[in-house]
Ligand binder design. Structure first.
Ligand code: 6GU
Length: 309
């Protein structure tokens, strides 16, 4: 597949797209990227690309004729043409997958206070934003889009297995990862990961991913597996009326502990998540990593245990 990026700052885009995984993918011929200077199509000796707005007002507006001339040099019948601007459709993983199936994606980077609305009205297929904040220009957005799409192309990542497992391909966030040393500055890894029991590891990861999702991105959380109905009498006896299953501040605010995984349940996860639920195991306690005093003696040792998997 091929990307063409039309921008007033081609050097801004060229560097990142020639580096690291994307640079290697391009060199290996897995996809192509062209960066084109919109100013090359500017008017007159000064290569003017913008003008004052009709109707008055402050700021400059990028000219439609300049954008049209630049687009004409790269556009093909099968091209999908995008304009990056803060008021566009929100870019997400579904759009990345959609674009990865296109043979040719052209990205026009919006700039200045605005771009003549006829670009949006007549020249592009989609206007795309990468989030609810305002950037000085669409270049970072174009890089985000190329990166998110290119890594989905066969061979670019090298390890296609990680694609299937990651966040957003499955709904919700990914489970936390750990590697050696097993103990670092007194920070332990979850014991279950060195148990050698693949079933318990899988169950722990499943619940850890759910706990992180509930804490950090409750909007992405999947419904919990259904617990068997409990009689009112049984609920009174155990003192669990179900209230502890409701989201609390501890579940919707991401603490340092949520992010490093140390607030994740360990004991209840010895059982499968279903069993833990039936036993009425509640959500992780609202314990923050920074509440704990640092271990005085640093126990950073070279660990002999190989990380499982
Ligand atoms: Cl695509 N452009 C600009 N200027 N700001 C943005 C954006 C795009 N997406 C989020 N903020």
């Amino acid at each position: 597949m091929r990307f063409d990026v039309l921008t007033l700052f081609p050097e801004m885009v060229e560097g990142p797209l020639s580096t690291s995984i994307l640079g290697r993918g391009r060199e290996a011929g897995l996809f192509e990227v062209g960066c084109h200077d919109l100013r090359a199509h500017g008017l007159g000796r000064h290569k003017v690309v913008d003008d004052t707005p009709y109707g008055g007002g402050s700021g400059m507006v990028m000219r439609v004729d300049v954008v049209d001339a630049a687009l004409a040099t790269v556009r093909r019948p099968e091209s999908r043409v995008l304009l990056t601007e803060p008021s566009g459709r929100r870019f997400d993983q579904a759009m990345a997958r959609e674009l990865a199936a296109c043979p040719h994606v052209v990205i026009i980077c919006g700039h200045y206070e605005g771009i003549d609305a006829r670009v949006r009205e007549h020249l592009v297929d989609d206007c795309v934003s990468i989030g609810d904040y305002v950037l000085t220009g669409g270049e970072y957005a174009a890089m985000v889009i190329v990166d998110a799409v290119a890594r989905l192309l066969p061979g670019v990542l090298g390890n296609e297995g990680s694609l299937a497992e990651e966040s957003f391909t499955r709904p919700g966030l990914e489970y936390p990862h750990y590697t050696r040393p097993r103990t670092y500055r007194g920070w332990e890894i979850p014991e279950v990961l060195v148990s050698g029991n693949h079933g318990r590891v899988a169950a722990w990861r499943e619940e850890a991913a759910r706990a992180r999702t509930r804490a950090i991105r409750p909007d992405l959380a999947l419904p919990e597996p259904e617990a068997p109905p409990k009689s009112r009498r049984a609920a009174r006896r155990t003192g669990n009326d179900g209230a502890r299953d409701l989201p609390t501040k501890a579940h919707t605010v991401a603490t340092a502990a949520d992010l490093d995984g140390s607030a994740l349940p360990t004991e209840s996860l010895d059982a499968t998540p279903g069993e833990a639920l039936r036993r009425g195991a509640g959500p992780p306690p609202p314990q923050a990593a920074h509440d704990a005093a640092p271990t005085p003696q640093v126990r950073a040792t070279l660990d002999e245990d190989a990380p499982s998997e």
